[in-house]
Design a protein around this ligand. Structure first.
Ligand code: GAF
Length: 369
């Protein structure tokens, strides 16, 4: 049972540079890097003006770029077959997150020439670990390195626009924010009501944060995510508040039944973020684990974004010594995280793999945050 290796920056940049040369005949002039992420707690809260606490993975996406003499984009990736060639304003699919960023930066007023780009990555794709934001943010970083400094806030707006307007996924901004602003060894406490970003030291002693990629199919643009988002907006409107962030826990009693589970998740999840940050500061890792697990239960029972593969991974980890475990990211498949004593990492991985094998599910994959 092995852990997916993040590799080194030099190795990934070299792979991307070789691909740029061999597939497009171009020489790299600049490079950008952006990390994938796990979210420790605070799920489906970003688009409700709420709180979340993501952490950058050591696994990252690397993009190398060369300018063109026209305004077109060509993009190749070690993870995709074929070459995207064309007008960045019409890019869809994975090209929305690569070529689409050129379009979005131009929309934000940045003078970006035509670009040839090549991408290499160690972020597992489709695993709910923000491979899309790692891609779009690495493209923005590479273009920033090519054309001169671009304000990171502009990069943030542009990468979110590429996802909303080119890929059609109405996500909340957590993933791009952590990809652009996180630093190693620190989680970022994000408050989407006032826009603050507060580093939180994350160094649990003797504990590993094990990431379990369920390998269950997962997609953000398939309608389920958008449905949750608009239901939250409807719930807020019914309560006469701008967003569910403004709802205090006692006021949940007044929420109509149709929206109560969704609203209860968001309101209690914001509280769990605050409590988890306090538990980290106090070094109370048992409490950190308990809050992670109750976040999972809320996402499973109230917000209804978990799935059997996530629930089984969480339970198997808890049964084999994890202090806490939860799904991470948007859900409907993707990955779970478990806070595990170092000496129980391998037994936990074996337990999850055995639970999957006994159900004839695809073999899960593992990495460390
Ligand atoms: C996905 C989205 F991209 C984020 O914005 C966030 O809403 C997350 O799901 C759920 O917390 O990763």
């Amino acid at each position: 049972m092995h852990l997916i290796d993040p590799g080194t920056a030099a190795e990934h940049v070299r792979r991307a540079a070789n691909l740029l040369q061999s597939a497009l005949g171009a020489s790299p002039m600049a490079a950008g890097r952006a990390a994938g992420r796990v979210n420790l707690v605070g799920e489906h809260t970003d688009y409700n003006q709420g709180l979340c606490l993501p952490l950058a993975l050591p696994h990252a996406t690397y993009t190398v770029v060369a300018p063109r003499t026209d305004d077109q984009v060509r993009a190749v990736s070690t993870l995709a077959t074929g070459t995207y060639t064309g007008d960045p304003a019409t890019a869809t699919g994975w090209a929305a997150y690569s070529a689409g960023v050129v379009w979005a930066l131009r929309e934000e007023g940045i003078d970006v020439p035509g670009i040839d780009m090549a991408i290499a990555s160690s972020v597992p794709v489709g695993a709910g670990l923000s491979s899309s934001a790692a891609l779009s943010c690495s493209v923005a970083m590479a273009i920033g390195a090519l054309v001169g400094p671009i304000d990171p806030e502009v990069m943030l707006r542009a990468t979110i626009r590429a996802e909303h307007e080119r890929a059609g996924a109405p996500t909340g901004g957590m993933d791009q924010t952590v990809a652009l602003f996180a630093t190693p060894g620190e989680a970022l406490l994000l408050d989407f009501a006032d826009g603050t970003r507060t580093p939180v030291t994350w160094a649990p002693p003797g504990l590993a944060l094990l990431v379990i990629d369920t390998c269950a199919p997962h997609a953000l643009a398939d309608g389920q995510y958008a449905a949750r988002r608009s239901a939250c907006d409807e719930a807020a409107a019914a309560l006469g508040v701008p967003s569910l962030r403004q709802v205090e826990e006692p006021a949940l009693a007044a929420v109509p039944d149709a929206w109560l589970p969704l609203a209860r998740h968001v309101v209690t999840e914001n509280r769990r973020v605050e409590e988890l940050v306090q538990a980290v500061a106090a070094g109370d890792w048992a409490e950190v684990g308990a809050l992670m697990t109750s976040s999972h239960e809320s996402l499973r029972d109230d917000f209804a974004v978990s799935c059997d593969q996530l629930d089984v991974a969480v339970q198997a980890a808890l049964d084999h010594g994890a202090l806490g475990a939860r799904m991470t990211g948007g859900g409907f498949g993707g990955s779970a995280i478990a806070l595990v004593p170092e000496d129980l990492v391998q037994p936990s991985m074996a337990a999850v793999a055995a639970a999957y094998a006994s159900r004839h599910w695809r073999e899960p994959r593992f990495l460390r945050a």
